[in-house]
Each structure stands twice: as structure tokens, then as C-alpha cells.
Design a protein around this ligand. Structure first.
Ligand code: T3D
Length: 264
């Protein structure tokens, strides 16, 4: 029997999802897409899951689409819009909408949709040896998986254009300096740092963090006026959560808060 393309580990308050096709640098095939979608849905349905960590098995994070599934037979033309609609777009939408923080621990090369999946996560930690490659231009494709939306917003239009048009590898430390990712860390420290972050989120006011994700995502398209209205509405929702009352009480009592993560 072939090995599972996705491994899921349940930890105390969070889950670790490992992309597990190391001989193909964890490139996406249909099986891995389905397994990842199921893993994300299961994490979302679990009220005890308060953070998610995504990483790759072996020396890579993810090399994007498995190109061995995209070799056209003589006379055949492969048309790709449907696969983007069926797999890559729902993946990005789900990552952004999950009601808890999603951390990408980029352990090695992240190329094509693999790079942009990482960038769609809430926090990206990368091993110093990792590289990010908008590999699409090398094979005549357009950056997808949210790349054309995320990149200019993260690093500005000039750098986004060069990354997409040149498809050159970007080292993790440069990615950090440019604001593409949160941090580049020593290779040996990557998983412990990422796990420590998840353990912290496992005790965080998760509902408030989910509202924060919503506010930050909406800010890309709102004007200031609309965003102020949204902040007012979300603050109202946050204040109804038991974690807000607990946070204030704990502050006044000079003790660490005990957050339930729940909304009401
Ligand atoms: O549905 C749709 O198709 C639309 C959506 C598209 C989304 C996309 O992601 S399109 C972009 C697809 N990805 C790429 O173009 C990246 C292809 N890979 C590479 O450019 C390089 O492998 C890397 C830069 C990522 C790493 O280079 P390197 O030198 O470290 O490793 P390597 O020797 O190239 O790869 C190691 C093995 O992994 C090798 O197999 P082998 O020779 O040992 O049997 C290689 O063929 C395999 N591999 C790497 N990437 C892929 C792959 N096999 C299939 N698909 C891949 N994407």
C-alpha cells in the first residue's frame, strides 16, 4: 500500500499536517489535494484545535503541482482553469478562513503553488536554507494559488513583478528582509520554534484571533471608513466572548489568563 500523502498529528490544542510525497518534493497530485482538504476540514470541525502547523516531509516544503500529471500526449492540449478552481482556489480560501492561526514551517524549497500556499498561511517561518520560487514562468504558466494577489501586497509591486517574471529563487533570509515571511530561523530550530508558537496559540483567545484574521483580510479591500465600521462590529463580537472578560480579570488579578478560545 502506498504511504499517505498527508500525515496528521494531533497535539495538545493544535494539529501538525505534513505534506508527505518527499520523492516528488511534496508536489500536489489529486490524492494529496483531497487529503489536505479533508485534513483542513477535520481541523476546523475540532473545537479543541486552536492552531495548525503545515510543513513538508524530507528536504522540501512543496514543489507545487506534480508535473508528471501534466505531460500532454501528442495532439492533446491540457486546459488548467478547472483544476485551479477545483483544488488550488478552495485551498487558499480555506487557509484564510480557518478560525485559528495557520503556521507554515517551510523546511526547504517552496515552488509554484507550494510557495503561494505557504504565503497564504497566517505566519510563515522558514528554515534559513529554504527558498521561495515563483516557478510558473519557467513552464509558461501564470502564478496562481493567490500569488498575484499576495505578492504585491507583501513585498510591493516592483519585487512582486521581478519574482513572478524572473522565477528566481528567493532565499529565506531575503524573504524575511522583504517582509514576505515572518522569520527565517536556523534549520535545526525550525520545528521547535513552530511548535512553540502553536503551543502558545493553543492557549490563546482563539475567537478573538479569528476575528482579527477577518479584519486584516477585509482591510485589503476596505477604505478606512469601512474598516473602522468593521473594527467596531468585530470588537463588539470579541467583547461578548468569555475570553475578553477573563483577559481583563487576569490582568487585574496579576495572573496568567486561562482562555477557553470560545466565542460565547
Ligand atoms: O493544475 C494545474 O496544473 C495548475 C496549477 C499549477 C500550480 C503550480 O504549482 S505550477 C508550478 C509547478 N512546479 C514547478 O514548476 C516546480 C518544478 N520543480 C522544480 O523546479 C525543482 O524541482 C525545484 C526548484 C522545486 C527543486 O529543484 P532541485 O534541484 O532541488 O530538485 P530536483 O532534482 O529538480 O527535484 C527532485 C525530484 O523531485 C526530481 O525527481 P527525480 O529526478 O529525483 O526522480 C524531480 O523531478 C521531482 N520534482 C520536483 N518538483 C516536481 C517534481 N516532480 C513532479 N512535479 C514537480 N513539481
Amino acid at each position: 500500500m502506498s504511504e499517505a500523502s498527508i500525515l496528521v498529528e494531533q497535539r495538545q490544542g493544535y494539529r501538525v499536517v505534513t505534506l508527505n510525497r518527499p520523492d516528488r518534493l511534496n508536489a500536489f497530485n489529486e490524492d494529496m489535494h483531497r487529503a489536505l482538504a479533508a485534513a483542513l476540514a477535520a481541523a476546523e470541525a475540532d473545537p479543541d484545535c486552536r492552531a495548525l502547523l503545515i510543513t513538508g516531509a524530507g528536504r522540501a516544503f512543496c514543489a507545487g503541482q506534480d508535473l508528471s500529471d501534466r505531460v500532454a500526449k501528442p495532439g492533446e492540449t491540457l486546459v488548467l482553469g478547472e483544476t485551479v478552481e477545483r483544488y488550488y482556489n478552495p485551498l487558499v480560501r480555506k487557509l484564510r478562513a480557518l478560525p485559528f492561526p495557520v503556521i507554515a514551517a517551510v523546511n526547504g524549497v517552496a515552488a509554484g503553488a507550494g510557495a503561494n500556499m505557504a504565503l497564504a498561511c497566517d505566519i510563515v517561518l522558514a528554515a534559513r536554507s529554504a527558498r521561495f520560487i515563483q516557478a510558473f514562468a519557467r513552464i509558461g504558466l501564470v502564478p496562481d494559488t493567490g500569488g498575484t494577489w499576495l505578492l504585491p501586497r507583501l513585498v510591493g509591486p516592483a519585487r512582486a513583478r521581478a519574482l513572478c517574471l524572473l522565477a528566481e529563487p528567493l532565499a529565506a533570509e531575503t524573504a524575511q528582509d522583504w517582509g514576505l515571511i515572518w522569520k527565517a530561523v536556523d534549520d535545526a530550530a525550525l520545528m521547535t520554534d513552530a511548535e512553540r508558537m502553536c503551543a502558545q496559540f493553543a492557549h490563546a483567545p482563539t475567537f478573538g484571533l479569528a476575528l482579527t484574521k477577518r479584519a486584516l483580510d477585509a482591510a485589503w479591500s476596505n477604505d478606512l471608513d469601512k474598516q473602522l465600521d468593521l473594527e467596531r462590529d468585530l470588537q463588539r463580537e470579541a467583547s461578548l466572548s468569555p475570553d475578553y472578560a477573563e483577559g481583563v480579570r487576569a490582568f487585574m488579578d496579576k495572573r496568567p489568563p486561562r482562555f477557553s478560545g470560545r466565542g460565547r
